[in-house]
Ligand binder design. Sequence first.
Ligand SMILES: [Zn+2]
Length: 258
Amino acid sequence: MPEGPQARRMANIITKFCNKDICQISHLSNKTTWDIDIPAKITSVCVHGKNIFIHLNNGKIIYNHMLMWGWWFPTLEPKTKKRLNTAFLFADGTSLGYFGGGIIKPIDQKQLFEIKDKLGPDIIDSPNAEIAFKKLSKSNLAVGPGLLEQSLIAGVGNIYKNEALFVAKINPTQIANTLTSNQYQKLFNFLQPQMKADIYRSGKINTISKQAAKNGHYNFVYKRLGQNCLFCNSKIQRIYQGSSKQRSTYFCPLCQRL
Ligand SMILES: [Zn+2]
């Protein structure tokens, strides 16, 4: 599931194709044609939260949000069951493929500002907890769904949300504007180093130790419903949060009691 670090890992793949001549872009997932003059070059790739912005030398921007399914590969024949969505062919014979669903489309500068305007601070870029959580700390959402609300803080997805709340010993139903600055600091102290390191890690998001992963434990609470808490042996519980009650929240009722 792509979260902020995975978007940055993808951006690092795309960045390797900067300054090469694109000779063809084939968008295969729907019948819309892209208004992009070819030849063109990628000049830079930027990320904010889970959003990727690919800047071209002709002023166009390709916007990508992988949602739950998208992935980039530096080849059109990767080992994946995902279907090719958009293919970039370069004059030097190399190719770059975007596979799976999600959003990928050309946008202009105005649309770029409109998308960025709706995003909160990016947790990975924020220099301190106060800046990272400045919008969330004023929200009357429960902190569980609040951490996923990209207009309040950008980049955090469901796995990081669950794990950060467990490590910080915060109940996911606590209202965001009642958290202390110390609690926000604990969330930041877990999230930022973990997410920065995960930019360079592949495979499952592992929030525990390498040793724990060898024993089959990748996370403290995420997807561990009914299993024992690794600290207190209580059974991990699951609730559904958010306006549509679609996001699963796993927590330890003892370590994270209200
Ligand atoms: Zn516990």
